[in-house]
Write a protein that binds this ligand. Structure first.
Ligand code: PLP
Length: 379
């Protein structure tokens, strides 16, 4: 692994977290059980939802919300191409067809409600939104559009744990939402995810599909709450395990403080990069929103050589990334109409380091390296 002076993201697992996880291993109960139940209760309370079900990863969570919403062969779901490919794959897993729509603009890389409306056909069943970087984007307008057109709104909130719009947590606007706790996310446990919904029927379906369509869990039988089980649906093994739920609970208790540290870094980046020739910042603050600040991205001017810019930063020990190569440009999803804004963003965006424990000295190093790299890469 390269020794980054400033990595893209960084995760600190404290010694007392490790002690808690070790206790879970010592307990001898590792599959879904009391830690997972407690995590689900705490997460439901944190996000203000009726049901929260922990799962193996964010992709499993996305598949569950698509399946429980009834997506299937012959259906279409409108989705941004500017997302991680898992958002799109989850639609395809159900047999439904993903239909891509463009983003609002280069500083607003989220699904455009007007483009989404234009992509609706008589076969459309759902809009699957992704809250880029934890920003609410056009969530309210998409919610309204789905309501007007009789569609289901599903939310990929992998970036948005700890993001509110007014007093509503992102992921509580649609029928169901999927969170990810992958190692680079704000609430990172390695691999893990969560589905949330206020709909009792959707929750019941997701609970079944999470564990093979079985009517009881091993944990229920262990506690004597059930003696046997039936299998009533074609389900999956999307269960999480106890050590990861225990770590997630620890991290949830620190999430607000960590997101507040990210918010300060975000504001400081904006201040230090304002007026720098050759780039523009994105995901501008909005009134009445507290955000996860999962990503900090900039868009380079047309004349800037992105590969050269990124290479210069790498030489300086600064890790960058691209969120994301557009999904409609991957071979598996190619062949549809052009999405000019998504394509431009995919060519020109760069993600700079952002993590709760980043020091201001590290951030200053990034800003200085960005300025120096622009001098070389501006052609
Ligand atoms: C927007 C988005 N959706 C879905 C996922 C998939 O989550 P996971 O890696 O937990 O399966 C990720 C992250 O990896 C993501 O960033």
């Amino acid at each position: 692994m390269p020794q980054w002076s400033v990595p893209l993201s960084d995760l600190v697992v404290a010694e007392d977290d490790i002690a808690v996880i070790a206790d879970v291993y010592r307990s001898g109960w590792l599959s879904m059980g009391p830690e997972t139940e407690a995590f689900e209760r705490e997460f439901a309370a944190y996000t203000g939802t009726r049901h929260a079900l922990a799962v193996a990863n964010g992709t499993a969570a996305l598949h569950l919300i698509c399946a429980a919403a009834g997506l299937g062969p012959g259906d279409e779901a409108v989705v941004p191409s500017m997302t991680f490919v898992a958002t799109v794959n989850a639609i395809a897993y159900t047999g439904a067809t993903p239909v891509f729509a463009d983003i609002v603009g280069l500083a607003e890389p989220w699904l455009d409600p007007a483009a989404a409306a234009a992509a609706i056909t008589p076969r459309t069943k759902a809009i699957v939104n992704m809250t880029y970087g934890g920003h609410p984007g056009a969530t309210e307008a998409l919610h309204a559009l789905a309501g007007e057109r009789g569609l289901v709104l599903l939310e990929d909130v992998a970036h948005a744990v700890g993001s509110w719009l007014g007093d509503r947590h992102l992921g509580t606007f649609g029928t169901a939402a999927a969170f990810s706790f992958f190692a680079n996310k704000n609430l990172a446990v390695g691999e893990g995810g969560m589905v949330v919904t206020d709909d009792d029927d959707v929750a019941a379906r997701m609970r079944l599909l999470r564990s093979h369509g079985m009517t009881t869990l091993t944990w229920d039988r262990h506690r004597g709450h059930a003696a046997g089980y039936d299998v009533v649906d074609l389900g999956f093994n999307y269960r999480i395990d106890e050590p990861r739920s225990a770590l997630a609970r620890r991290r949830l208790s620190r999430l607000d403080a960590e997101n507040a540290a990210r918010a300060e870094l975000d504001a400081r980046y904006r201040d230090r990069l304002a007026g720098v020739d050759g780039l523009a910042t994105t995901l501008a603050p909005v009134a009445d929103a507290r955000r996860a600040h999962h990503l900090f991205t900039v868009v380079l001017d047309e004349g800037v050589d992105r590969a050269a810019f990124r290479a210069r930063l790498t030489e300086g020990g600064i890790q960058t990334s691209v969120h994301y190569p557009p999904a409609h440009e991957f071979a598996i999803y190619a062949g549809g109409p052009a999405l000019p804004l998504t394509e431009a963003y995919g060519r020109r965006a760069v993600t700079l380091p952002m993590f709760a424990t980043m020091t201001t000295a590290q951030q200053d190093e990034v800003v200085a390296a960005v300025r120096a790299a622009l001098e070389v890469a501006l052609v």
